[in-house]
Design a protein around this ligand. Sequence first.
Ligand SMILES: *Cc1c(COP(=O)(O)O)cnc(C)c1O
Length: 396
Amino acid sequence: MTTFRNPDEHGYYGEFGGAFVPEMLYPNVAELQEKYLQIMGSDYFIKEYRALLKDYVGRATPLYFAKNLSEKFKTNIYLKREDLNHTGAHKINNALGQALLAKKLGKNRIIAETGAGQHGVATATACALLGLECIVYMGEVDIARQAPNVARMKMLGATVIPATSGSKTLKDAVNEALRDWINNSTTTHYIIGSVVGPHPFPDMVARFQSIISEEIKWQLNEKIGRENPDFVIACVGGGSNAAGTFYHFVDEPAVHIIAVEAGGFGIDSGKSAATTFLGTVGVLHGSKSIVMQTGDGQVIEPHSISAGLDYPGIGPFHANLFAQKRAEFFSINDDDALKSAFELTKLEGIIPALESAHALAVLEKKQFEKDDVVVICLSGRGDKDMEAYLNAQSNL
Ligand SMILES: *Cc1c(COP(=O)(O)O)cnc(C)c1O
């Protein structure tokens, strides 16, 4: 039976995935491949992880029936409130899980990459809690753009190292982190922040984030007496909040899956991050997927107003959903995302992250029936985006 949820033993979702790493990284990746399922499935790990999710992260996050939004769009809209997690987004589910796993592997030094700093903050938080050394690689340009998150990471005890090569942004930070991992393989675990990277990272991260759809199932059952919604919608940067939101529904054919990418200024503008619309099959950061690249395989710089969606690829889980037409993909431009953020704020009193606002904007693009049950992942809160919101407001 084909399943969309998990890759095969070599880490392939259909034709996508695998582990394309330099020989020097084989031992690290092989050790993880060998041990991750066993550790994650062990009673003592589950007990410790679940206890932290509950009392430290604040799970289960509410599944909130958005009455005003539902009235406006004449359907039934539920918001999965990942914005209420400690540190303000879904990323802590993964960072905490991997930090705990690193400890079980006997590794006390953690490295991570970060773009806007959200994953860096989540990782630094988990490391502070668990007493692990934390080094975060971040593009020099991003360090200048994201001063508050850099300050948070430092306050949490992390060392932030600037990536000074290439465009000095996220992809360069990933390269620096991989280099570090090669040099420190016995002491160090690399906490990747999304469902990207060589096998087993996409599967491992999806499993840590799958708590999102696990909760949606019982919460929906509690509220309306059925486990499956008609639609689940989530934004896709690398794809971790989406993988978590879709996880327990992808193999349920009755549930429609909607993945939302960042259109930036528009697909044809040259300033976009809509990977499935603009990308081709290629290898990025250790796995085969869909990548925005030139004819000779150079990565094209993406653009999105939301830092979390500003990535030139998507995880292999999503590439497969796209190739098999299991999910419908939307591209939402900066302007429409901003509009949806203001609309949610006004109607429901919730300021969403700009990333999450892309998922909300699908409500304007697609017609839903009045009996449909639509679940949207509100991946994070908007505190970090106030500057963008202020700029948008003054331009109205
Ligand atoms: C990082 C981030 C994203 C994008 O990352 P995924 O791995 O695609 O989930 C989306 N929303 C928020 C709030 C984020 O911080």
